[in-house]
Every structure is written in structure tokens, then in C-alpha cells.
Design a protein around this ligand. Structure first.
Ligand SMILES: [Zn+2]
Length: 408
């Protein structure tokens, strides 16, 4: 796959090769070239990725030269290539600059998510970059809520105790709180024109080392302290509530960041119409055309909003599905969100969701679906898990069993 003097490759089982090539041929090489422009030259020679079997529990794993990726990226609409942009970004953050311990994991994932979105912004526009933050916020809030009983895991630096399993605190917090913190700092120092040269210097300074948050912060102050307008920069950075960003807990971000909402506005407006019509038997005001101009990502924003409302009536959910072909979608992100809405409304889609999750080993999908299935139809959830337990990766198996309250 070629683009801007870059060649990247995808490895798959023979059956998946054609669709994988189509899915990624447009973007991957351009993404690597773009990441180089933003940071420094790619250090590992080859950039290929390997599509793993359905049981792979993560979206991607950033092995140098060869990213491992989930087959759920094959959405047949090229909408999930941002995961590859994320893995490419790990070539700098994670694989070149590592975190000194899991407590500083946000340095890997926060920076990587930040760079992933810069790449998306360069290639598809600033509004699309902002849309990623809007979508990400939903996952962040879900993660923060899930740690209400262990608030330590809501903070950017969870401070693990000896022998504690970092998988227990694996969530969107280091990704989203981290990326938002960097976005906040970008805005604090005056925007990208000031922040990008700093990012390059950060990469240059720490490549080939593993660092702590304190080292990162010292370098940030050191860098801006050497610039021409150092006093202004340091004054602005001095106003940042460092303690709250790094150690704060609770259900939001320390500062409410605003995002360009031009792409999300129509999605939220449509969701609001459905909410207003929740008691209506006549839903003829809705049609296929409502979502005809939406990208898959916008459809996800719409479904996320629908999922925030109290449960809809089963008949309303059926109409929603019939009009927008949600249960038939080949895009796993869309399916996950639809099942969240459908399973909250009643048992009608339980069988369909259970069937779907039999082949979805990625924890992002199987864990929430099993949890919801368990609430709606405990017997079916346990039956499905017992019949397919061997299919799941040991980490996923352990986490699902824990969620369902059963022994593996
Ligand atoms: Zn990552």
C-alpha cells in the first residue's frame, strides 16, 4: 500500500486478504508519512500489520515493524483506520519513549491518542479530529463511572500497589484523560504552532528511554523556559492545575474542554427527535434519509446519544433498526452501540447479540455485551459464555468470568 513515498503492508489469512487490502490501502502509508512529519523519522524500517483471528482481545498491539490488529477493524467502509493511526503513533510513544512503570502508562497511551488524532486532523480536517475527542469522551465517562468504588483508578497516575494487576485498571482513562490533558496544554501554550515544536523536542530528548511523569513535566517546563517568550509560557503553564490533572478523581475532566461540534450537531439533533418521539406509535417522521449523509463515525455519535437516554420501547428500537439497518451493519462499532440500546429495551435482540459475541474476542465488544446480556437474560449469557469460553483469549476469559460472577 503506497502513499507519499511510503510502502506499508498487511498480512492476513488468505480468505481475509482482499477485504483487508481494500480497507487499508487508502490510508495507512499516508498515516505513517504524516506521523513522521509531526514527530521524527520512523525508526523501525518496515511498517506492516497483521490481522489476527477473532479471539485477539485488543484493538491493536504495537509490536515494532508489525502491528497486531483485530479483525473487527474490517468494517467494509474504511471508517476504523484510526486504530491503525493509533498503532503507528506508538512507534514514537511507547516503542521509542516508554513509560518507566505501569503507573505512568498514560505517557504511552495519552500521547499516542493525541498523535493519532493529530494525524486524523491533518488527513481529514480539524472537525474530524474534534469528533474523535467527542466520541472518546463517552468511553472516558463509562470508564470513570466503572471505577466509582476504586477512585484511585480514575486518576491519570493510579499508583499501583505491589503485585497489583494493571489489567484491573485497564480502561479509557490513560487514553482519553491523557489525550485531553495534552490537548489542554496545546491550547494553554497558544495552539499547535507552539505545541508541535515542543512535541518534536520531547521525542528527540527521550527517544530510547523510559520515563516518569515527573521527567515529562520537567522537560516541558525546561523546553518552554528556553523559548523567546519564556516568561509568558511559564506563566501560562504555572496556572495549570497539575495536581488535579495528574491525581484528581471523579467523573469529569479537571477543565471542561470545548470541541468543534459541527460534525456531531446533526447526530445529536436526530437523537433528540427520537427521544421526543419515544411515546409515539406513529414514527413515520423518520426514514432512511435521516442518516444517509452520516459517516459511520457520526452514526456512532448518534447511537451514543441514544444510549444515554432512558430505555426506548421495544417497538421503537425495532423501527430504528429497520430504518437504519443497524443489526445488519458489518461495522462492529455500530453494532456494539446498537446492542447497548436494544438490550436496554428488552429481550428481543438478546439472541442476535449472543450470536454476534460468540466470535468477538475483542474485549471492547465482548465485555459490555456479556454484561448487558447478563442483565437481560442471565441464563443465555452464562450458556453462551460456557459454550464458547475456550474461544476467548485467557485475559478476556478471565475478565468476562469476573463480570458474570462465574468461575472460568
Ligand atoms: Zn495504544
Amino acid at each position: 500500500m503506497e502513499g507519499r513515498n511510503w510502502r506499508t503492508g498487511v498480512w492476513t489469512e488468505p480468505l481475509t486478504m482482499k477485504e483487508a487490502y481494500w480497507e487499508f490501502e487508502e490510508d495507512t502509508a499516508k498515516q505513517v508519512a504524516c506521523a513522521e512529519d509531526l514527530t521524527s523519522a520512523y525508526r523501525f524500517g518496515v511498517y506492516d500489520f497483521l490481522i489476527l483471528p477473532d479471539s485477539f482481545p485488543y484493538g491493536g498491539m504495537e509490536n515494532c515493524c508489525l502491528t497486531f490488529a483485530t479483525p473487527t477493524l474490517l468494517a467494509h467502509d474504511r471508517s476504523l483506520v484510526d486504530v491503525i493511526a493509533h498503532e503507528i503513533s506508538h512507534s514514537w510513544f511507547g516503542n521509542s519513549i516508554g513509560c518507566a512503570s505501569w503507573s505512568h502508562f498514560w505517557l504511552n497511551e495519552g500521547w499516542t491518542t493525541y498523535l493519532e488524532r493529530l494525524i486524523i486532523g491533518k488527513l481529514h480536517g480539524e472537525a474530524t479530529r474534534n469528533l474523535s475527542y467527542i466520541i472518546g469522551k463517552v468511553g472516558l465517562l463509562e470508564s470513570l463511572k466503572s471505577y466509582e468504588k476504586t477512585p484511585r483508578f480514575q486518576s491519570l497516575i493510579p499508583g499501583y500497589k505491589e503485585h497489583e494487576d494493571p489489567d484491573e485498571a485497564y480502561s479509557q482513562v490513560p487514553y482519553e484523560k491523557g489525550a485531553n490533558f495534552l490537548l489542554y496544554l496545546e491550547r494553554t501554550v497558544g495552539g499547535l504552532e507552539h505545541f508541535l515544536p515542543y512535541m518534536k523536542d520531547y521525542v528527540k530528548t527521550f527517544t530510547n528511554s523510559s520515563i516518569t511523569t515527573e521527567q515529562w513535566r520537567e522537560h516541558l517546563f525546561d523546553y518552554f523556559g528556553k523559548q523567546k517568550d519564556s516568561e509568558t509560557y511559564l506563566k501560562k503553564l504555572g496556572k495549570v492545575d497539575w495536581d488535579e490533572w495528574l491525581h484528581g478523581v471523579g467523573l469529569g475532566l479537571p477543565v471542561d474542554l470545548t470541541y468543534d461540534d459541527s460534525l456531531s450537531k446533526p447526530c445529536l439533533a436526530l437523537a433528540e427527535r427520537w427521544d421526543k418521539a419515544r411515546g409515539d406509535d406513529d414514527l413515520s417522521q423518520f426514514s432512511k434519509k435521516d442518516v444517509a449523509d452520516f459517516s459511520s463515525t457520526q452514526l456512532c455519535v448518534f447511537l451514543d446519544k441514544m444510549g444515554e437516554y432512558k430505555a426506548f420501547r421495544p417497538a421503537t428500537v425495532r423501527t430504528l433498526d429497520e430504518l437504519y439497518a443497524l443489526d445488519k451493519s458489518e461495522n462492529a462499532e455500530i453494532k456494539l452501540r446498537f446492542y447497548k440500546i436494544a438490550l436496554a429495551s428488552g429481550p428481543e435482540y438478546c439472541k442476535s447479540a449472543a450470536k454476534w459475541v460468540e466470535t468477538k474476542g475483542r474485549m471492547k465488544f465482548c465485555r459490555p455485551i456479556f454484561r448487558l446480556l447478563n442483565e437481560q437474560d442471565h441464563v443465555l449469557a452464562i450458556k453462551t459464555f460456557s459454550a464458547h469460553a475456550d474461544f476467548y483469549h485467557p485475559i478476556a476469559r478471565k475478565m468476562i468470568a469476573k463480570d458474570l460472577g462465574v468461575e472460568v
